[in-house]
Ligand binder design. Structure first.
Ligand code: AMP
Length: 152
């Protein structure tokens, strides 16, 4: 990453991703405070993709990666993420239509691989108000227990 930012961690800042392969797909110019930037610039999931931190990976292809949630909410709780950095579903541009379709088909593939293809739930939390805590788009795949409706 080629990042430009002020020395201190105080106040608003301007952060530009230059010539950075992982950052190029979104080509984002982030302007905000450190909390927002840290949320968006370096997520835990990006580190998992780059194998900088460990994860229990159960599926991988050219476009996405699935691994077990560290704090499972069901006997089977996986996270399926695109390798492309997209912060939230709401930030996915129209040209990612095929990628988003790929994620749903991959979710089914993963569910089948784990033997839960007949009863699983896919959840996307979009935005902090909806419970999103990691700002790299991810599908939760939950299975192995009865699912209530509506979800909480
Ligand atoms: P969300 O709240 O929808 O953004 O979901 C983020 C999920 O990521 C939560 O269910 C966390 O338990 C999970 N999580 C956070 N860090 C890790 C990690 N290092 N490995 C696996 N799952 C993680």
């Amino acid at each position: 990453h080629f990042l430009k930012f002020p020395a201190g961690k105080q106040g608003p800042l301007r952060l530009v991703f230059l010539n950075c392969q992982p950052c190029l797909p979104t080509g984002r110019l982030l302007v905000g405070n450190w909390t927002e930037v840290e949320k968006n610039a370096v997520t835990i999931f990006g580190k998992i993709i780059r194998r900088e931190i460990p994860a229990d990976i159960v599926y991988e292809d050219d476009l996405c990666l699935a691994f077990r949630d560290i704090n499972p909410q069901a006997p089977v709780h996986l996270l399926l993420i695109p390798k492309k950095e997209i912060a939230r579903l709401a930030d996915a541009p129209p040209e990612d239509q095929a990628l988003l379709g790929h994620l749903l088909l991959a979710a089914n593939k993963v569910a089948r691989q784990l033997g839960v293809q007949d009863a699983y739930r896919v959840v996307v939390n979009n935005g902090a108000g909806a419970g999103q805590s990691v700002f790299h788009l991810h599908l939760h795949i939950l299975a192995g227990r009865p699912m209530r409706w509506p979800p909480g």
